[in-house]
Design a protein around this ligand. Sequence first.
Ligand SMILES: C[S@@+](CC[C@H](N)C(=O)[O-])C[C@H]1O[C@@H](n2cnc3c(N)ncnc32)[C@H](O)[C@@H]1O
Length: 954
Amino acid sequence: MQNVKTPKKLIEVALPLDDINAASAREKSIRHGHPSTLHLWWARRPLAAARAVIFAQMVNDPGGDRGYAPGMTKAQAQLERERLFGIMRRLVTWENTNDGTVLAEARAEIIKSWVEICEQNKSHPQARELFAPARLPAFHDPFAGGGALPLEAQRLGLESFASDLNPVPVLINKAMIEIPPIFAGRRPVGDPLPSDQQMDLSENWAGTAGFAADVRRYGEWVRSQALECIGHLYPSIDLPSELGRGKATVIAWIWARTVRSPNPAFGHAEVPLASTFILASKPGKEAYVEPVVDGDSYRFEIRSGKPPASAKSGTKVPGKGSGFVCILSNTSIDGKYIKEEAQAGRMGVKLLAIVAEGQRGRIYLPPSEEHEKTALQAKPEWVPTQELVGKARDQMPLYGMNTFGDLFTSRQAATLSTFSDLIHKSRQKIAVDAAAAGMDDDPTPLRDGGRGAVAYAEAISVYLAFIVEKMAETHSSLCTWSNAPKNELVVSTFRRQAIAMTWDFAESNPFARSSGSVEKITEAICRVLPTSIPASASGSSSQANAQAQSITAGKVVSTDPPYYDNICYADLSDFFYVWLRRTLRPVFPDLFATLSVPKLEELVASPYREDLKGQAEEYFLSGMTSGMRQLAKQAHPAFPTTIYYAFKQSDTTDLGTGNTGWETFLEAVLQAGFAITGTWPIRTERDARSIGIGANALASSIVLVCRQREANAPSISRREFLRELKEQLAEAIEVMIGGSEGVSPVAPVDLAQAVIGPGMGIFSKYAAVLEADGTEMTVHTALTLINRMLVEGEDDFDSDTQFCMSWFDEQGWAAGDFGKADVLARAKGTSVERVRQAGVALASSGKVKLLKPLEYPSDWLPEKDNNTPVWEALHQLIRALRAHGEAAAGSLLARMPQRAEPIRNLAYRLYTLCERKGWAEDARAYNELITSWASIDAASHEKGHIGSQADLDI
Ligand SMILES: C[S@@+](CC[C@H](N)C(=O)[O-])C[C@H]1O[C@@H](n2cnc3c(N)ncnc32)[C@H](O)[C@@H]1O
């Protein structure tokens, strides 16, 4: 591309990371109206992060290329940046998701930057197509998944394109960005529901309100029709006299799978495999199943009150594994026997308990023979026969379940297929109603650009199909009953990213009013539309393999590709696809042409794919490189491309974030011709302080900011690379941990990831870094060198502190050999005696050991101590913080204000060291100090600084 003038974007300079992270974390707990409630998809990015990243990728940094724009001082540029951060802070707040004023402000800023770019490039030979000020570039995400990124681009005013290999997310994106703008602003056409009639007649049908009302109305139509067809499969239950008699609606039937007793004397009996007998564990309201054995038969009774300890594990042998005992003979039933029985078609089910709706909460009742019979006699019209493959095949075939149909009871399959059939029927009804309500009677289908009654009916049926999808999720025989105090409910199929066996399962009543009921599901889906779907600029979603697509041409790209071997989307999503295909094939025949989701081209280093055995890494690298190349080649040249990569905790090694997936991914990005101009750790967990370095400690994902590498980029030697790293990385780390003006400092847990940005920025701007033997340096080596800089840093601490750092690195808090300590101390320019006198170490009986923070004296006054290594000051602060909180630490800091920066730097360094060593407890202490730093600093100012200068020995 010839000479495009492209000012630096905000995302290449600074971000209000704390605010983005806080909003992203908060979003996790928002369910009502969040797009994720439309349809399950795995590894969704938070909308707040997606919105902030795209905004900062579109808006010019006020500083310009040389630190500040011509005519603007550095301070003015910073002020302007702070104004943009203000917009971003409002923009990421969940409550502002569809706030017209906030969005207008953000869109105006994007347009302003765009006009500036067009002005700069007005003499470009392709100015008319690439730089038309009145036409913002469109957006594309080629790995769209659950659609957070295309949705947020649309919200920011860009025409938005989503594509994915998998038909399920293609459809989710149609429902989020393609369909809503087409039918926005219309009155609903369906018969009002009783609840609608209470509404104001002058109802405002702006945005998706009218469309959502029709989804609700036809959802109710489908539900009432289904009740007529299959209501008899879900009988109510007679209450016993102690519960007031009468009938109660059943919420769920709880079943246990069964096998024949392995004891020959009881070989004729089917015995239950129940992993628990507890039904409700809320203190004071406990309920449990008590099996009553009578000779060679048994029955289940329900008891209230504190359950016996044995109830917790049902008939299961406590602990891991799949061992049970026969309820009749106490004979053990091992996993091998269960599998053999199941594979021979001899695994059955037995009703354990019935949960009904009571006046004041759940009622637990014993199984009824009639109810058991009703359920087992159900005859489905249709059952999915597609085989489980790959990751979905992991467990279930061991238990004789080989097809998706096997994951549902016959009653569940009958219900799902009835709803699916009724949605076909509803399309005809909606089209007739729409035409009668004055909509164009145009027969053109939605897929061919239809905008009339037929297309409208098809569009509504997409959301009705999502009701069936949610039902499949909560109406399979893999759903469990949660007996948790606050959650006595049916838990959905996908408790994790897998299709996992359950011994006992809960079958919901779709016609009840609890979670999993059609009424609740419909409401949740309808709520998403007006709450979080913008329905503004136009959108388009299509099926495309990211390795060979041309949709990106001239568009701005932000994308979130699959993470190596993390999730086998295609294998798992067949669970949904089989029902979607049955319900929507006439609407999207091409999208649902194949019997199951395409798998071969999916970019996952899947350990489950036979054809990839031993080659998964190469497959991922070459496929991802092709995908990335499409982006580097086609994306709009005036904007950086942003790419997300999500980490698992297990990705952490002593290289910081080094792991096969991450390195392979970076390799692909660089091989594709991208240079990295920034990295931002995005955290979706709640609070860095409470996390430590246990599970989920790392920022959940990292956003890479990439630009096409200069075509004539030179190669450099390893030595030159190291020199540049040393020169630039130290300064970059300083900025990150100090928090350059207006920017919050990077949390210690994120530093190893954040530093990859500037480090890889240096590595990736060259065509190659050449090793002494002429070979090209690998990403692995580059990452190792970058990380080493982080741990080693510049040795600018006092010599006692340097000794302590090295001794700590070797010994931790344990005592070590005096001789060794002595040699080390000399090398650092101090002595063991001096360090001991400084009060940071104990030396006796030929051993030397560092004091732990809580071993330091609590009456220490820095202004009275004329030998205070930074090490001592830091650990005294940690002592004060841990023992008495931020105010006490602040008071201490107020007595040594000039120590603040070295203390903080040392805390970062020690945090990084502890993290490498896996010393979680110690890392947490340093992390706590840094994350509390702002409050400690504020407390120190409140106290008033004293004893500054001179008397301290830095
Ligand atoms: C990490 S997910 C995207 C999640 C999304 N950003 C969200 O917020 O929900 C990655 C997506 O890449 C898709 N994918 C995998 N291989 C692909 C390929 N070859 N072409 C296009 N999409 C692919 C998967 O189907 C999956 O939806």
